[in-house]
Write a new protein. Structure first.
Length: 131
């Protein structure tokens, strides 16, 4: 369930307050219902991230290993990258395969809060896994 919470937190500031998706999150709906609302409202990045997390077993909080989390994270970064202008520093760092820390710092500096939050949480998760 932790990965689901992280995904929802990473989108928190980007959702319209009056959307079905925001309402579903606020009432504690299942990840599947939130994903369905997000799909209906065209929030495909959120729907995809939730779907993949559910497919990997994240709804039970039992991901098999950190490689699966890394795969989900890589997909999310790729989705964010598609929406970034090529000239921005965050895009250049993603394209260069920079560290999560460097990408996160650039995203924060450029006001890409959802991406920065997601990467920050991934960095913390990696720190816990290696401890």
């Amino acid at each position: 369930m932790e990965l689901i919470k992280q995904i929802l937190a990473s989108f928190e500031g980007t959702l319209p307050k009056d959307s079905k998706t925001a309402a579903a999150i606020a009432r504690g709906a299942s990840p599947e219902e939130i994903s369905a609302c997000a799909t209906e409202e065209g929030l495909h990045a959120l729907a995809g991230a939730l779907f993949e997390a559910c497919e990997e077993g994240a709804e039970d909080g039992h991901l098999d290993n950190s490689e699966r989390v890394a795969g989900v994270l890589a997909e999310r970064i790729k989705e964010f990258r598609q929406g970034l202008p090529p000239a921005c520093e965050t895009a250049r760092l993603i394209d260069a395969g920079a560290s999560l820390e460097a990408i996160s710092a650039a995203a924060e500096k450029e006001g890409l809060n959802a991406l920065a939050t997601m990467l920050f949480e991934a960095e913390q998760e990696q720190g816990r896994d290696s401890a």
